[in-house]
Design a binder for this molecule. Structure first.
Ligand SMILES: [Zn+2]
Ligand SMILES: [Zn+2]
Length: 393
């Protein structure tokens, strides 16, 4: 049996996303079918469409989905039909890193996020997605392919969203927002009085700023070349800003602010020249955390001697840790007004993914979210935020 759905299909590398009728197999053992209410749009969707991840095509992308459980497969006890969920990253549950609780570093992460097929179960290695004529379609992108009316996902990757949290803000927790916040809370873990510099304050970097406000770090520096983003970073809790568009020597500007090297640098741009600045911003026992994705095959150079002095350069994926602890904590902080990431979100209609990507590229919106059915707010339409482009004043 299959489920009739609609999804944004990229026919080939570089092709536009076009909404069309698709079919998805019913959930098997350990799987759930989720009716997608809203999904964030992430830079990774765009670079995958252009071939930077080895995703097979034609494919349905999207990986920041939130929705309502429509059906559950054999053996699934949680979540239940009717539960509101956000779709975290998939993980195999069987490898050394999964068994150690490091779900983000599942040894099968590559195939789990971009293999285009089911990761587990008797149908592992085969896609549950088809065109109505039976032709092959690839899905399961980050275990969800959320640019669609429905997603088939592993029950283990879904996290239940509390009733008082609108579904149309939950989706971005799956990737972008958790990536920035987790890099601070799971990886940097700043000590009292620590300094932290964040290179690139888009959705990921601004999430890092908001997370840092919830730590004992006392110096939080935002670096960007877009002045409006620096203003927003200040509003969200950055104590200092550096305009990379006018500052000749950014690491030196960081040292002036900190009275020496920073304790932690977070690199959220993926631009190699900026990676090297971030590494140069920290000194003895400092930690440079690589968050942003550079193009496939990119390499960087660092000064050898200064790196010997106890400097650590650490990569992170999706903020590290595990979805089922990080996402509920961030939702609690949001509810308490301590992590106001809804300020980054701009809304678009469900099938306007291309418009959302374009607005994001032009810098008009920090975190685009496409949604249907009023974003799942109850009663429908009540206190619904303004549609269109928000986030930047
Ligand atoms: Zn694993
Ligand atoms: Zn993402």
């Amino acid at each position: 049996m299959t489920v009739a759905a609609r999804g944004a299909v990229a026919a080939a590398v570089g092709a536009p996303l076009t909404y069309q009728d698709i079919e998805i197999d019913e959930p098997g053992a350990g799987e759930i079918l989720v009716r997608i209410v809203a999904t964030g749009v992430c830079h990774t969707d765009e670079i995958t469409r252009h071939g930077d991840l080895p995703m097979p095509f034609p494919a349905v992308l999207g990986h920041e989905g939130a929705g309502i459980v429509d059906a559950v497969g054999e053996g699934v006890t949680t979540p239940a039909v009717g539960d509101r969920v956000v779709l975290g990253w998939p993980w195999c549950g069987q490898c050394r890193n999964c068994l150690a609780g490091e779900h983000r570093y599942c040894l099968r992460m590559g195939e789990a996020v971009a293999g285009g097929a089911r990761l587990l179960g008797p149908a592992a290695g085969r896609s549950a997605y088809h065109f109505p004529d039976g032709a092959q379609l690839y899905g399961h992108f980050f275990g969800q392919s959320s640019f669609a009316t429905h997603s088939l996902v592993l029950a283990s990757s879904a996290v239940v969203v509390p009733e008082d949290v609108p579904l149309d803000i939950a989706g971005p927790l799956a990737c972008g927002i958790s990536t920035g916040a987790g890099a601070v809370l799971n990886t940097a873990r700043p000590e009292p009085g620590a300094s932290l510099v964040i290179y690139g304050v888009g959705a990921v970097g601004l999430s890092a700023v908001m997370a840092a406000v919830n730590t004992p770090a006392t110096t939080i520096i935002a670096v960007d070349r877009h002045v409006d983003r620096l203003h927003l970073a200040r509003e969200l809790g950055a104590t200092h800003t550096v305009d990379a568009g006018t500052e000749d020597d950014v690491p030196e500007a960081v040292r002036r602010i900190c009275g020496g090297p920073a304790d932690h640098a977070l690199e959220c741009t993926g631009v190699i020249a900026v990676v090297e600045q971030a590494v140069a911003s920290v000194g003895m026992l400092g930690t440079c955390i690589l968050v942003g994705g550079a193009p496939a095959g990119a390499t960087f150079a660092v000064d050898h001697v200064s790196t010997l002095w106890g400097k650590r350069i650490v990569g992170t994926l999706g903020g590290g840790g595990r979805s089922d602890t990080l996402m509920p904590a961030l939702l609690d902080l949001y509810g308490q007004g301590r992590f106001p990431y809804d300020r980054l979100i701009g809304y678009f209609d469900a099938e306007d993914v291309e418009r959302a990507i374009a607005a994001s590229k032009r810098g008009e919106v920090v975190k685009p979210v496409v949604r249907r059915d009023g974003g799942g707010r109850t009663p429908a339409g009540a206190d619904e935020p303004e549609a269109g482009v928000v986030g930047l004043a």
